[in-house]
Write a protein that binds this ligand. Structure first.
Ligand code: 13P
Length: 251
């Protein structure tokens, strides 16, 4: 019912040469027709990626956008409208690295969410708890609050075209993956939260898992009923590994 998605977040990685190599590697991958595949390069490499994937069914997203939807005087930022113009169809909002290392809070995140949607981008909205929050038994409370911050300001309908990524902070870049059962438990709770306001929307919204997803762990994670694919960091920098993860999401 929900079409799976596998997205690669390249984070602050890549040179022109390494990106050319990765594009070439991905162009040689057999990707499943029943999975939406996307990559999120740095702003610098968006043009190179658009040109590199001509004719290949790989969507492109940005890792961030400005709080202001349209271009204007805002030094160093990139507007969602510019990203759309550059060929992006998606954008990450609320990634934990931006929340924790750059101090992005709910207000800024919600503004970016709205800016992205008003420019026609699909938001991949990232949520997740820290290790301390998990150990304190606060996982569901933390994730629910992150989602409520958006719903309370913008309404639940914004999730009709958005995608949610559950990324436990303790699993990002650590090699520690949430078990399929741990992830499923949180995914089901997220869907339950949406269902309180709109069961129909909740049934359609894709919820991806992120946090040290590898080809070896992907199939089991993606086999869980509420896990609709993955948001992949480190492993997405290797074309063979990423291709295998995409194939694990296919039927
Ligand atoms: P890793 O797959 O490297 O843990 O990163 C996950 C992530 O943050 C994707 O956005």
């Amino acid at each position: 019912m929900r079409r799976p998605m596998v997205a690669g977040n390249w984070k602050m990685h890549g040179t022109r040469a390494s990106v050319a190599e990765l594009i070439n590697g991905l162009n040689n991958q057999a990707l499943p027709a029943d999975v939406d595949v996307a990559v999120f390069p740095s702003f610098l490499h968006l043009g190179q990626v658009v040109d590199g994937f001509l004719g290949k069914a790989i969507a492109m997203g940005a890792q961030d956008c400005a709080v202001q939807p349209l271009e204007g005087a805002l030094t160093g930022e990139v507007a969602a409208s510019q990203l759309h113009d550059a060929g992006c169809s998606l954008v990450l909002v609320g990634h934990s690295e931006r929340r924790s290392l750059l101090g992005e809070g709910d207000e800024v995140i919600t503004r970016k969410f709205a800016a992205a949607q008003s420019s026609g981008l699909h938001v991949v909205f990232c949520v997740g708890e820290s290790l301390a929050e998990r150990e304190a038994g606060r996982t569901l409370e933390v994730v629910a609050a992150q989602i409520s911050a958006v719903i309370d300001t913008l309404g639940v309908e914004v999730f009709a075209t958005a995608i949610i990524a559950y990324e436990p902070v303790w699993a990002i870049g650590t090699g520690l993956t949430a078990s399929p059962e741990q992830a499923q438990y949180v995914h089901a709770a997220i869907r339950g939260q949406l269902a309180l306001q709109s069961p129909e929307l909740a049934g359609k919204t894709r919820i991806l898992y992120g946090g040290s997803v590898k080809a070896a762990s992907a199939a089991e994670l993606f086999g869980m009923p509420d896990i609709d694919g993955g948001l992949v960091g480190g492993a997405s920098l290797n074309a063979d590994e990423f291709g295998a993860i995409c194939r694990a999401a296919g039927s």
